[in-house]
Ligand binder design. Structure first.
Ligand code: SAH
Length: 632
């Protein structure tokens, strides 16, 4: 083992983050540096840890790409300068399928830098699969061939160093193709008038030859390819397709061979354009086929008519920003992804459990506070006196935090004082029970409590903990719960004056406390604003179709982050208008359409100028249903 950092050449797959490997994800999560290409999906970059140094080699500040030779050097430099570091080199598809991963690996070997290859799902096979085209099919194609339509080559009769073509398409297909795609007609014209000439010109005038797109496929064995009965799959072939199609037909390939271009496969913007070999070139121009795209030829293409499964998904083609806290986002993200959307997880809030208060200094007090309901107290504590003791003895410094009137942090010694435990979020349930079990208590300590939940999801979470809810309002809001509990407190269901304990976050409003006669609030979790939006995420957000909000605070933070670049800088601006040197970052363009989970969230979103579509119920399922209906 050397003292250098280790480089991982990781295949990011074709675009859909669901096709990224578990191994790749595990490395990204602990990577110190991530050197990534332009084609890598933002949802995959989201796996990187917040402290990773992100290096975009698909784009420089000046919008010039980084040359392959520079990328090689960069990897070696990082490895040498950062002993023991994990350096992730993230590339589209598979690193060894026309990905120049081999060249990077050779450079690392030469420099004595340790490396590993994490294969990726190649676009050559997965992109057709997402278009419903199997690359092989019994009775139609017994082989398939993956061919580059844009090869870095050494031209006959020239010195290699003179004709070294640093092919854009090979390193950064999207960029290259972007630059080509602005003028596809022009490009094709320049190829189409003199393909033969172009080939001739390669052998004598390498510099000129570089300008002619057709030059870069001169090395292909067209007679062999034309004879090949299997499926032909061209990567990076769009700009050269006129020449490729023509040469194949000249060499005997049937002009009626079915052909498909699949653009931006597996992403929300996937598009399939079909034609035949003889109409390929004109189809590219007419349909404005742009990169990245693969070209697939052969009888299997026709199966795509019947098997195209993805484009029929209701959210296919949609990119949605999900602003839930990272731990909670996966549920809704998975549902939206299953409906065909690409989800950009951009958590605007993070939640953190608040440690319970522990009364080391005042054991007497603790005992006294139990004495109002001796029987209850006995029941809740008697089985586990030691445990109870333990819960009273560890974190004195916490006891002074979060003390606001009517609310405070949990103190399990007081639990016996309450008749009803009311939960207003799944976070509340999780944080309460984290602390509860950590304190050495178990579910029997809640045997005599009535349990109330604000809605069905929270109710489900409680059931997972072994607790049935006694009270769930029809109107799944804090107000609904407050009214229900107030009503019940007056009826025979509860002793008059029964005391309610609210388990909430630090940002919970007063709705419940004002509606209930005898209520205490324990702050069991804190909500912290997300800090910044990294550049790559700003781009993803700008390109999204809509934002999904599940809370008012997420709207507030999102609005601040996109307007000012970071919540912190916004806060500084608010409080330090006297400080002219505090320049906000440029505002981040963001979609104006948003989906909201409930009334409060909607009101906040409207305040910030969003066009809001609100779910019928305040549940994630209802929200997802609304999104699907909206785009149907
Ligand atoms: N290593 C990559 C290929 C790199 S070459 C892999 O294994 O997939 C880049 C070419 O791959 C592009 O020009 C295009 O032809 C193809 N490609 C990559 N991603 C694609 C996508 N999402 N949709 C269509 N083609 C794609």
């Amino acid at each position: 083992m050397s003292d250098f950092g280790k480089v991982y050449l990781i295949g990011a797959g074709p675009g859909d983050p669901g096709l990224f490997t578990l191994r790749g994800k595990a490395i990204l999560e602990r990577a110190d540096v991530v050197v990534y290409d332009r084609l890598v999906s933002p949802s995959i970059l989201a796996f990187c840890n917040d402290n990773a140094q992100m290096v975009d080699v698909g784009k420089m500040p000046t919008h010039h790409k980084v040359k392959q030779s520079e990328i090689n050097k960069l990897l070696v430099k990082f490895a040498k300068e950062m002993p023991c570091a994990v350096i992730a080199r993230l590339k589209g598809g598979d690193p060894f399928v026309f990905g120049r991963g081999g060249e990077e690996a050779l450079e690392l070997v030469e420099a004595g830098v340790e490396f590993e290859v994490v294969p990726g799902v190649t676009s050559a096979i997965s992109v057709p699969a997402y278009a419903g085209i199997p690359v092989s099919h019994r009775g139609i194609a017994t082989s398939f061939h993956i061919i580059t339509g844009h090869e870095k080559e050494e031209v006959r009769g020239s010195r290699p160093e003179e004709i070294k073509v640093e092919s854009d398409a090979e390193c950064h297909p999207e960029q290259t193709l972007q630059s080509i795609s602005c003028h596809p007609e022009q490009t094709l014209q320049s190829i189409s008038c003199h393909p033969e000439q172009a080939l001739q010109s390669i052998s004598c005038h390498p510099e000129q030859a570089q300008r002619v797109e057709g030059s870069s496929i001169a090395g292909l064995d067209f007679p062999a390819l034309a004879k090949c009965p299997g499926t032909l799959i061209f990567l990076m072939g769009i700009s050269n397709m006129q020449m490729i199609a023509r040469r194949l037909m000249e060499c005997g390939k049937d002009p009626k061979t079915p052909l498909a271009f699949i653009e931006k496969g597996t992403t929300p913007y996937q598009r399939t354009v079909t034609c035949t070999l003889e109409t390929a070139a004109e189809t590219i121009v007419r349909e404005n086929v742009v990169a990245p795209a693969i070209t697939i030829m052969g009888g299997v293409v026709e199966l795509g008519d019947k098997l195209a499964w993805r484009k029929n998904l209701p959210l296919s083609g949609k990119r949605l920003v999900v602003t839930r806290a990272a731990k909670q986002a996966s549920g809704i993200s998975a549902k939206l992804t299953a409906l065909g959307a690409e989800v950009i997880e951009t958590p605007m809030i993070e939640t953190r459990s608040v440690e319970p208060r522990v009364d080391t200094c005042h054991p007497e007090q603790a005992r006294r506070s139990l004495s109002c309901h001796p029987e209850q107290a006995q029941r809740s504590l008697s089985c586990h006196p030691e445990q109870a003791q333990r819960s009273l003895s560890c974190h004195p410094e916490r006891s002074t935090k979060c003390e606001v009137e009517g609310s405070g942090i949990a103190n399990f010694a007081d639990l016996a004082n309450f008749d009803v435990l009311a939960f207003t979020s799944t976070n509340g349930v999780e944080s309460f029970f984290d602390a509860f079990f950590k304190a050495g208590l178990d579910i029997r300590a809640l045997a005599d409590k009535k349990i109330a939940s604000v809605g069905k999801i929270t109710e489900k979470k409680l059931l997972e903990r072994g607790l049935h809810c006694d009270f769930v309002p029809e109107d799944h809001t804090g107000e609904g719960l407050g009214k229900l509990l107030a009503k019940i407190a007056q009826s025979s269901n509860l002793e008059p004056g029964a005391s309610t304990l609210l388990l909430q976050g630090n940002l919970a409003d007063d709705t419940l406390t004002t509606l209930l006669p005898k209520v205490t609030r324990w702050v069991v979790y804190e909500t912290l604003p997300a800090k910044t939006l990294p550049d790559w995420k700003r781009e993803a957000v700008a390109a999204a179709d809509a934002v999904v909000f599940a809370s008012s605070s997420a709207v507030e933070n999102f609005a601040k982050v996109i307007q000012y670049g970071s919540v912190e800088s916004h806060a500084e601006l608010d409080s330090a208008s006297a400080s002219p040197c505090l320049e906000p970052q440029a505002p981040c363009p963001a979609p104006r359409t948003c989906f909201s989970i409930g009334r409060m969230t909607t009101a906040t979103a409207k305040k910030y100028g969003f066009d809001v579509i609100e779910s019928d119920e305040t549940t994630m399922d209802s929200l997802v249903k609304k999104i699907a209906e909206y785009y149907a």
